[in-house]
Design a binder for this molecule. Sequence first.
Ligand code: HEM
Length: 189
Amino acid sequence: MNSITKEIKVWDLLIRLFHWGLVMTFIIAYASEDDFMLIHSYAGYTIMGLLLIRVIWGLIGTKYARFSEFIRPPHEALNYIKDTASFKAKRYLGHNPAGGLMIIALLLSLLLTTLTGLGAYGVEGGGPLAIWFSGIGHFGKEAFEEVHEFFANLTLFLIIVHVAGVILGSISHGENLVRAMFTGLKQTD
Ligand code: HEM
């Protein structure tokens, strides 16, 4: 059997477009936070749209995209991390239990970042939440901005751990996970 026939499609096109679209829009949103509010808010709306699509796809999408395929109890994630530390972690075709938990943390943190951003924008009289939040005063504005910044930085922290996990996973199983997120393909065992 040659190497081509041993590769199977794990990440479908939607997952790959979602992933690299998210990477690009997150970078744009993070870099534009202070001086380019229009770009910042459009990047935020795009992230919200991507999250919505991903949640729907997690319910009705292809095998490895489904939440039911990769959401595992925290103790399985912990055992996986312990196994990784002793170089005996099992290889998964989809997300491993720790990776799966990280994906949920990333999606939630991104959602809270965008929602609080929308709130902060609303306080300033912009966006769909303006009817509720505009005019709640200086304290409300400060509070939204603080919480928004907290979640943006939490997301950044999770991304750093996520990328470190991807590198560690690639090394410990001798495979290129980043390449797989571009091609969608992974070798079967
Ligand atoms: C250059 C930086 C990045 C690299 C190299 C990278 C790489 C990857 C890889 C290889 C996977 C698949 C993991 C696996 O095999 O189980 C993945 C999944 C994922 N990454 Fe990243 N990532 C990066 C940045 C980001 C950023 C910035 C975000 C969020 C803003 C993010 C969010 C996600 C999410 C949500 C998934 C799950 C994909 C899905 O099932 O929908 N990643 N990433």
